[in-house]
Design a protein around this ligand. Sequence first.
Ligand SMILES: NC(=O)c1ccc[n+]([C@@H]2O[C@H](COP(=O)([O-])OP(=O)(O)OC[C@H]3O[C@@H](n4cnc5c(N)ncnc54)[C@H](O)[C@@H]3O)[C@@H](O)[C@H]2O)c1
Length: 338
Amino acid sequence: MNKKYINENLFGKRILIMGGAGFIGSNLALYFQTFHPEAETIVFDHFRNEEKFENGNLKFLGDYRNLLNFRGEIIAGNINSSQDLNKIRDIRPNYIFFESAISDTTVKDQKLMIETNVNAFKNILYIAKDFGAKVIYASSASVYGDSISPQTVGFEEPKNIYGFSKLMMDQTAVKYSKEYFIDIIGLRYFNVYGRNEYFKGKTSSMILQFGLQILNGSAPRLFENSNKIFRDFVYIEDVIQANVLAMVGFGKTGIYNIGTGKARSFQDIADILQRELNVNLGNIYIPNPYVEQYQFYTEADISQTSMRLNYRPTYSLEKGIADYIPEIKQIFKTYGKI
Ligand SMILES: NC(=O)c1ccc[n+]([C@@H]2O[C@H](COP(=O)([O-])OP(=O)(O)OC[C@H]3O[C@@H](n4cnc5c(N)ncnc54)[C@H](O)[C@@H]3O)[C@@H](O)[C@H]2O)c1
């Protein structure tokens, strides 16, 4: 069996994917099931219900449909409940991939954001210490705000409570990796796109949202000046690569940027999609309502990630979109619009 990314035999290892019904978590769960069937992969997630934030978006975005092909154990629980976290102790994990969070960057409830993204994480680290588990967790490029590009670890300026919570998460990781003597690896994802993000709804990537608009026969709806708004868009395959590389070897504790190392504009996305789909529908430009807390230029400095994790992104925006288009077409056929 081609193990892809690492050659380790993970026989007898228990890999816990927290937030495993969400976009990135479900991709990790399915990766381990496919490429490391010798390991036991377990998913923990709150799963969606009717609860909503004040912005009208669902509180929990995990969805069983991301896991239709998953054959491992599944645990439903809330990371904010110590009773639910006890279910993790029964698992005795060797590796914890921590993807569960409020991933919606427009949520304003500061207390809930800190409880979920920072305090619950500390409780996970406490459990990891008891089992000597290695922790690989999701941080975010939102910690950088509009700090100078390419963004580098150590130069953070969060512009909203989400970015602040991720920065506090990183500080918690640094503190407890020293105190508990466990490997804790933080991955600061930039803008991730790819399969299994449909259930994020309005918080899914603009690659999917523009793609569905175009397939619907409409011009993509971009914020004004989108040719001047740059992000480092990273394809899900490269994000999986980074997570898997982080789990092997010792002494990799630290915080790493996960992007392509190249900033591209939102206009580039719309143009590449129209080219790939062989249409020319023009563009609709709308005012940006988030201007005060928006990031206008992100580009990951991935030098440390390449050096210490051996991470090599292999998907340019063109290649990622081309790979993703069959899935976007399938989503359009099944669900239509977001
Ligand atoms: N997708 C991106 O572009 C991106 C960029 C930077 C960082 N991140 C981070 O990566 C991680 C995964 O993001 P994603 O895009 O897969 O988002 P997602 O919302 O699809 O996944 C998060 C999962 O966590 C679960 N969850 C939320 N609150 C929970 C709780 N209280 N208890 C248990 N489970 C809970 C949700 O049900 C969901 O399945 C998050 O930490 C997010 O902040 C994502």
